[in-house]
Design a protein around this ligand. Sequence first.
Ligand SMILES: Cc1cc2nc3c(=O)[nH]c(=O)nc-3n(C[C@H](O)[C@H](O)[C@H](O)COP(=O)(O)OP(=O)(O)OC[C@H]3O[C@@H](n4cnc5c(N)ncnc54)[C@H](O)[C@@H]3O)c2cc1C
Length: 349
Amino acid sequence: MEPLLRGLQRQGLNVSSIPKAIDVRDGGDCHFCTTCDAYACPSGGKLDSEVACVRPALASRNLTLATEARCERVVTNSGGERVVDRKVVHQGEVKGVSADLYVLACDVVRSPAILLRSANSAHPEGLANSSGQVGRNLCGHNASWFFLPRIKPLPPLHQKTFAVNDYYLGADQHGFPLGTLQAAGRMPVWMQVPRWMAPFAKTINDRSITCFGMSEVWPDPENRVHVDADGMIHVDFRANNVAGYHALRRTFLRHFRRAGFPATISPRYQGAGLPWHPVGTLRFGSDPQTSVLDPWCRTHDIENLYVVDSCFLPSAGALNTSLTVMAQALRVAEHMDRRLGGRAEVDEA
Ligand SMILES: Cc1cc2nc3c(=O)[nH]c(=O)nc-3n(C[C@H](O)[C@H](O)[C@H](O)COP(=O)(O)OP(=O)(O)OC[C@H]3O[C@@H](n4cnc5c(N)ncnc54)[C@H](O)[C@@H]3O)c2cc1C
């Protein structure tokens, strides 16, 4: 990686490091396998939500975890001011869940779908949807992978170590923000392609430094999640800001070539009809007419219902979203703790 970083720096680019929560200490749990980044860590060496949060919470004996449980619907009282039940399918049985406060955290597609499916006479357009914004403003990133092939296979390494943000706000010849570039985590991508292509994909992947470029997809109310009369989920999504994304690709292909690392590039990501790092379908804000959640991720319309996942972000900017989603989750957890009579200190600003 060093020659690549030096080659980028020689062109005047600022290469910064990426923070990681991986146990690479001597004797640590990371064994440098390539099943990292988007995969569950087989050895517990990555501080993902299971390792860092769920396991310690279970050990505290203050948490009951029901695996293989699926939330179907949220039920309010007849006036629609409070949630009084949540219907969860667990081991084939529909069960109710009764609580003071309720949190949905089912992702950018399923959380709004559950709210829409839960429509009742007090909320005919779906729960918490007086603004008409539930499911709308789906946004995220236009993204591509750059493959920088080398002659020999790469040794085991943590590749996701650097980022270049020089074009985040634009470039001389472009009057608009372009986005960012970063090293990608090493992943067994050959497992995701048709079987006949797998040996070829593995050969390329084993011998390539992989990087990842992304630019913003702007929020658009017509990009949205909705459900039909049978409760089936549909996603309407059309990418925008494609010119900025193409300018970012061209810019970094040039930088890689000048650094002595000619790259090939994947097509723009279009998996499952969503942008990369999707956010926005239940955006937060202080105005109940234009947002679904308040700044604490509580629905404007229902006083004991929160949504704490990636839906709340009104825009993804052009950076990875998870750290912001996690930071907001911690902030909301402190707020809820205080609401329930705990002593967490929380910055009201
Ligand atoms: C391949 C890949 C790589 C990524 N890399 C990065 C990265 O490097 N950096 C970054 O910042 N972000 C990355 N992301 C994005 C990041 O994973 C997401 O932004 C983040 O996980 C979103 O969090 P969430 O809580 O909204 O949804 P999730 O993390 O998807 O959590 C939703 C949970 O709800 C559960 N669920 C769904 N429906 C129901 C239901 N009806 N009942 C009960 N439970 C339900 C799901 O099983 C899941 O456990 C990546 C994503 C992918 C797919």
